[in-house]
Design a protein around this ligand. Structure first.
Ligand SMILES: NC(=O)c1ccc[n+]([C@@H]2O[C@H](COP(=O)([O-])OP(=O)(O)OC[C@H]3O[C@@H](n4cnc5c(N)ncnc54)[C@H](OP(=O)(O)O)[C@@H]3O)[C@@H](O)[C@H]2O)c1
Length: 318
């Protein structure tokens, strides 16, 4: 079992702050999908003092975390001086950087490195970083996936500076089916729906972002076991045909897997289509995402059908 977690002796420190109530640990997180999931799981666990970091403490998600017991702190990853206060005194940090807001790999890398360097300076004991593979490096520059590559560069930096870190590589969120992978109507909906995901018959890993939080709680509570590891997360690995079958069953609609190649996908007229096409090309190489380790870290992790059955309201208009 242990070897399923890639050992990563250099891996070091992460965007949430927590305090372990019983052991005087302090830890910090964000208000978005990943950060929010982690902050809520930590608050529900009850062992941590949670500091949620946001640029806007007045936003709804931040107020909700405050209601649940988090200390909400204003800071900006682009303004290192604001981070000193946000991260000061933290024993652990969960860090996620948002490529899609920036659309700029170099800025994403700079944000990640800034937090890593500061965590090192502050003596933070554990950073959990939501990383991904540096696909460009792994493929000798043949394939570039900007929203992966920068995270891989940050992973390397955290290891290089000797931070005690765990690097997680999250599978594609099941939540993507609500928007980005949403079944598209054929013939005005009367002819059913199609999924446009260029994976052919190769299975694609997925997991609800809501299930990330408990994973991070387990890792923080078992620091010595997980520091220095890279862990690929996945709740279930299905082909597009299988995702379509589950959607058909649960939505009571006819959903089929469209035949679409990465070459066709990258020509679709939306920003980021090229980067996502390259991501699918990388997914087709079956990057390591470990179902068993994920289940060990979060025994309640939901498979796709269970997740969908609890989220049917997002598809009520289909
Ligand atoms: N979708 C997927 O399937 C998937 C899978 C693996 C990895 N990812 C990665 O997940 C990342 C996005 O995370 P998410 O889904 O949690 O996004 P999200 O829900 O949009 O949340 C983004 C978070 O980043 C914070 N943030 C952004 N810029 C910031 C800044 N300058 N200073 C401080 N905080 C900042 C936001 O905080 P405030 O707005 O409150 O300041 C917010 O909490 C992307 O990099 C993506 O590549 C996504």
């Amino acid at each position: 079992k242990r070897k399923e977690i890639l050992p990563n002796p250099d891996c070091h420190p992460a965007d949430v702050t927590f305090k372990h109530k019983s052991a005087n640990l302090e830890s910090s997180s964000q208000t978005g999908a990943q950060g929010g999931s982690v902050a809520k799981a930590l608050l529900s666990d009850g062992s941590f003092h949670v500091r949620a970091v946001t640029r806007n403490p007045r936003k709804r998600a931040a107020r909700e975390l405050a209601r649940l017991g988090a200390e909400v702190v204003k800071a900006d990853l682009e303004r290192p001086e604001s981070l000193r206060v946000a991260l000061g005194g933290a024993s652990a940090i969960f860090l996620v950087t948002d490529y899609w807001e920036l659309g700029d790999k170099e800025r994403e890398v700079a944000q990640g490195k800034t937090v890593g360097d500061l965590a090192k300076k502050l003596g933070v004991r554990h950073v959990v970083f939501s990383g991904l593979e540096d696909v460009s490096r792994l493929t000798g520059g043949r394939l570039q996936v900007s929203h992966f590559d920068g995270k891989g560069e940050v992973e390397r930096h955290l290891r290089h500076i000797g931070l005690p870190a765990t690097c997680l590589r999250m599978a594609s969120y099941f939540e993507n089916f609500i928007e980005h992978f949403r079944p598209q109507p054929e013939g005005g909906g009367r002819g059913g729906y199609r999924l446009e995901i260029p994976m052919a018959d190769i299975p694609m890993d997925g997991m609800s972002v809501e299930d990330l939080g408990p994973v991070v709680v387990t890792i923080l509570k078992n620091r010595s076991e997980y520091v220095g590891k890279d862990i690929g997360l996945s709740a279930e690995r299905l082909t597009v045909q299988q995702y379509a079958e589950v959607l058909s069953r649960q939505l009571n609609r006819s959903v089929r897997a469209a035949e679409i190649s990465p070459e066709e996908y990258e020509k679709l007229a939306f920003p980021g289509a090229q980067d996502l096409a390259n991501m699918f090309r990388f997914y087709r190489t079956r990057p390591e995402r470990d179902l068993n380790v994920t289940r060990r870290l979060n025994p309640a992790v939901l498979g796709f059908e269970e997740w969908l059955s609890r989220n049917l309201h997002h598809f009520a208009d289909l």
